[in-house]
Design a protein around this ligand. Structure first.
Ligand code: B4P
Length: 215
């Protein structure tokens, strides 16, 4: 029979807990420019990995359609293609993470969008002994992004899917959001995926990257 010394037992136990956390909590960020397919791919990932889907865009649009004070504030920024202030969005996320502890993990879709949001997210997760597992960045060129959003605008009725606002959203993305790629690259978590092609082939590339985490 295998007998272990006390300190070996302790390391084995810590190792098991560590392994348990890695394979049970999957906290993904789906990252990319407006129209890169974050919402589209999140739908597949949420179902495949049974994650809690957190889309700050959807949350803010729900507030707008309910006509809340928060919605009125959000609309004044979103309709111009600007980001809603950090303190507002970080406050929403903080509450959401607290309320949804203990599941399989989260998929953060459209959050973080600034370095301040990225740092706040790391802090929020750390409080629960969790961290981001991987950041999937969908890479799509600007012409394709503009085409997709103009097409969506014809059916969505979204006040931000018109050419002028789309161009501003892209500028905001390059100025304020894209620096987060370096932030996550330095943490060794950035996984860049070509976001052009069929929705299914992009989903398969993302899945292959995630499944490698557990190898
Ligand atoms: P979001 O709701 O996050 O929306 P998005 O960036 O415009 O779109 P997404 O990338 O999800 O595109 P989708 O899959 O739908 O943000 C909206 C606004 O909310 C922001 O501008 C900001 O004002 C505010 N906001 C949100 N989060 C915030 C935060 N954290 N801080 C501050 N402000 C915040 O795809 C787009 C289209 O492409 C769809 O029609 C889809 O069918 C199509 N498509 C997807 N994949 C395709 C593919 N492979 N080929 C062809 N078409 C494809």
């Amino acid at each position: 029979m295998l007998t272990l010394k006390m300190d070996e037992k302790v390391y084995l136990c810590i190792g098991k807990i560590f392994f348990y956390k890695i394979i049970n909590m999957l906290n993904l960020i789906i990252f990319g420019a407006p129209g890169s397919g974050k919402g589209t791919q999140s739908a597949f990932l949420t179902e495949k990995y049974n994650l809690k889907h957190v889309s700050t865009g959807d949350i803010l649009r729900a507030e707008i359609s309910e006509g809340t004070e928060l919605g009125k504030l959000a609309e004044s920024y979103m309709s111009e293609g600007k980001l809603v202030p950090d303190e507002v969005v970080i406050g929403i996320l903080n509450e959401l993470i607290k309320k949804n502890k203990g599941g399989n993990g989260f998929i953060f879709d459209g959050f973080p969008r600034t370095l301040a949001q990225g740092e706040a997210l790391d802090e929020m997760l750390k409080k629960n002994d969790e961290e981001i597992s991987v950041v999937v960045s969908l890479e799509v060129d600007d012409n394709e992004l503009i085409d997709r959003l103009l097409k969506r605008g014809q059916i969505s009725g979204r006040s931000d899917d018109n050419r002028e606002t789309i161009e501003n959203r892209l500028k905001v993305y390059y100025d304020q959001t894209s620096p987060l790629k370096e932030f996550y690259r330095k943490q060794g978590k950035l996984n860049e995926i070509m976001g052009v092609g069929s929705i299914e082939s992009i989903s398969s590339s993302i899945q292959a990257g995630i499944d490698k985490l557990n190898d």
